[in-house]
Design a protein around this ligand. Structure first.
Ligand SMILES: [Fe+2]
Length: 440
């Protein structure tokens, strides 16, 4: 039985400004994990990092991979080869025109009407919300179950791979219900400093999560594959009940833009578009000479997302770029370990608004979360990973299961997943586990 989360807002997932020392067991953990030749591996990494950082700073926003949705459609639902190559290096991608402009603007209008009809909905900041505790608007439900979103999420899951036995089906995506942002022009109250989702100390502390990064911990970061999902399947990303932690494996976090957002300066997302080297940097950082005799885990706080700092991660902070300008219907996606942030000020001529819609392949942890999420959707409660404000429980005009299309029902776990003839042992296991978790 899972307890509902305490009420809160988007800041519940972070431990900004907390500086107290971590328990001594983290020092012992580092002694166990530290490879003998880490200093040499670090020097090799910095040599590459400095070159890549210079390249990215010169390119600015154009270092973020871009593709048109119609080029994915024209390529049988897969990214073009050149895009795959770039995306595996950058870890993030803007996909243009996933939704029609008018469709995306219509979703936003529906949300604005809903907010106007129900005064007093919670959000951050409390006195003038920019991030709303809303999950079940009809606009969000439609956007999540749009056939084009299914196409793009399936293409994104195919960037990943897993061993034949790993119980994951990368050809099936499920719906993760996240909140939304309607950021006003001129807003300075909402910003997020550089961080990585998916927990913090867990990357070192959980034995299975740690296996994702084993090559780095062996001192062979060059061989690390950021898109191998094999050990993500059973990784524990939330050992300390993070207030806003995500209990699903999201292969990519993402959003759809509901506005014309200028870049830089439009109050938009910033990313570090270099995935293998950046993850290697973060994983090695607390094991280096200057930190190895302390319990400091590179700024990690149990129960919080991984925050980065200029003191400990200067190369990464210097490599952050704002994503390119986006328009209503464009989507941006960043991989599970991508460092990201939100611009401090929204100097866009209009609002800078998004629905957060991540990508989540079918596997056991995602099936479990799907079941709990479905129960909350039935009752109109906040989804299980989010602060338990339950703002929409009494709203008759919220989205309900009967509003979902067939695709929407499948993604939300209302209908059974089907095995296909060419599936691996691991894919079949993921489907059987999902069906028994959802229907037995
Ligand atoms: Fe985040």
């Amino acid at each position: 039985m899972f307890a509902a989360k305490k009420s809160g807002d988007i800041t519940s997932a972070f431990a900004f400004g907390v500086k107290d020392e971590l328990p001594a067991r983290y020092k012992a953990l580092k002694d166990q994990l530290r490879p003998n030749d880490i200093q040499k591996a670090w020097e090799r990494l910095l040599a590459v990092y400095e070159k890549e950082s210079e390249r990215i700073q010169k390119l600015g926003s154009s270092s973020v991979t871009e593709v048109n949705f119609k080029d994915i459609l024209a390529n049988n639902g897969r990214f073009p080869e050149e895009t795959i190559k770039e995306l595996r290096k950058s870890g993030c991608v803007v996909v243009r025109g996933v939704y029609e402009r008018e469709e995306a603007l219509g979703y936003k209008q529906q949300v604005l009407d809903y907010i106007a009809k129900h005064p007093g909905i919670d959000g951050y900041p409390a006195n003038n919300p920019q991030i709303w505790e809303l999950y079940w608007t009809k606009g969000q439900a439609k956007a999540r179950s749009h056939p084009n979103f299914l196409t793009v999420s399936t293409a994104l899951n195919q960037i990943w791979h897993a061993s034949e036995d790993a119980a994951i089906d990368l050809s099936t995506n499920v719906t993760y219900c996240d909140r939304l942002r309607i950021r006003e022009s001129g807003d300075k109250s909402f910003s997020l400093s550089e961080h990585v989702d998916g927990g913090s100390v867990e990357r070192w502390e959980d034995p299975e999560y740690r296996k994702c990064y084993q090559k780095i911990l062996d001192g062979k970061w060059e061989e690390y594959d950021p898109f191998d999902a094999t050990h993500r399947v059973d990784a524990t990303m939330d050992m300390y009940d993070c207030g806003g932690g995500c209990s699903m494996f999201r292969s990519f976090q993402g959003w759809v833009s509901l506005s014309d957002v200028q870049s830089p300066g439009g109050g938009t997302l910033k990313v570090c578009p270099l995935i293998k080297e950046t993850t290697s940097y973060i994983m090695m950082r607390p094991l280096l000479d200057d930190l190895k005799d302390s319990s400091d885990m590179g700024g990690s706080r149990p129960g919080s997302q991984q925050l980065l700092s200029k003191e400990q991660h200067p190369h990464i902070i210097d490599t952050m770029v704002s994503i390119p300008s986006v328009h209503p219907g464009d989507c941006v996606f960043w991989s599970a370990d991508t460092v990201h942030a939100v611009e401090n000020e929204c100097n866009n001529p209009t609002d800078s608004s998004v629905f957060y819609i991540p990508v989540a392949p079918l596997c056991a942890i995602n099936s479990k979360c799907l079941r709990r999420q479905r129960e909350n959707f039935d009752k109109g409660l906040t989804p299980p990973d989010f602060p338990g404000n339950n703002c929409e429980v009494d709203f008759d005009d919220r989205a309900k299961p009967q509003d979902l299309s067939d695709l929407g029902k499948l993604g939300m776990g209302y209908t059974r997943f089907e095995e296909k003839a060419d599936m691996t042992k691991g894919q079949r296991e993921a489907i059987r586990t999902a069906n028994s978790c959802l229907f037995d």
